[in-house]
Design a protein around this ligand. Structure first.
Ligand code: 1HS
Length: 256
């Protein structure tokens, strides 16, 4: 049965063409949201829009590199005009992972990870807030357990996700009184998304797999749908007092 928790909610999802972003878009759309999906990958974007429309979801697609300040400003002004001036939900889902210690991470890699993960979150929020302030709304950023504990060989990624958690708390302080709830979701390892597979592929030895799994008291990694369910809760009115939270969905990975 289709429920209508998000009926008519004008929703922007970055990285909405594939993976978890697509899964979030689909679930929100099935529950009545009107979507703007943003993605750097034009081909994936048009496939995603077509598939969502086939499910009866109202969706517009915009090609965007969220690390480019001018592109972000232009795209948001177009999409907000298409939404007739208001915006209810922003999901800052787009992100990238890369690998290296501080010594082995080249500045180009460091800057790219920061540019997408933290600058992109800042830029999209900056462009969304003026429209969202008119009637209130909610922003969900993507932190990670990697923003809370160190993950071996992921210096730039960990730093970028810690910055997202910090920005989330800061924005919640400035904007909660204006009716805008800002939270971030902090997933643990999710093994059925491209990013999860990318991280696991860095070392697929049995020993490494065992070591990784041993960090998860629940005894397994997570699935995209388990993150999506938590994102929908944070986006819904049921989370009306949840504000400035770094919401871990990680099988107790950060609890030990
Ligand atoms: C991809 C997501 O942000 C989680 S990073 C967790 C890596 S580990 O737990 O497998 O070392």
């Amino acid at each position: 049965m289709i429920s209508h928790r998000f009926q008519g909610k004008q929703t922007v999802i970055t990285g909405g063409a594939t993976g978890m972003g697509y899964d979030i878009a689909r679930r929100l759309g099935m529950e009545g949201a009107s979507l703007a999906i943003l993605d750097i990958n034009e081909a994936a974007l048009s496939d995603a829009a077509q598939n969502l429309r086939a499910d009866g979801i109202v969706v517009k697609a915009y090609q965007l590199d969220i690390s480019d300040p001018n592109e972000v400003a232009d795209t948001f002004s177009r999409l907000i005009a298409d939404f007739a001036g208001t915006l209810d939900i922003l999901i800052n889902n787009a992100g990238i992972a890369d690998f290296g210690t501080v010594e082995t991470t080249e500045p180009e890699v460091w800057n790219k990870v920061m540019a997408v993960n933290i600058n992109g979150t800042y830029l999209c929020s900056k462009s969304a807030l003026p429209a969202m302030k008119q009637h209130g709304g909610t922003i969900i950023n993507f932190g990670s357990v990697a923003g809370m504990v160190g993950i071996p060989n992921m210096a730039a990624y960990c730093a970028s996700k810690a910055a997202v958690i910090g920005l989330t708390k800061q924005m919640a302080v400035d904007y909660s009184k204006l009716g805008i709830r800002v939270n971030c979701i902090c997933p643990g390892m999710i093994d059925n998304t491209d990013m999860g597979r990318q991280i696991l592929a860095t070392d697929e030895s049995e020993e490494m797999m065992k070591r990784r799994l041993s960090k998860y008291p629940i005894g397994r990694f997570g699935k995209s749908e388990e993150i999506v369910a938590a994102v929908l809760f944070l986006a819904s009115d049921e989370a009306s007092f949840v504000c400035g939270s770094a919401f871990t969905v990680d099988g107790a990975m950060t609890a030990i």
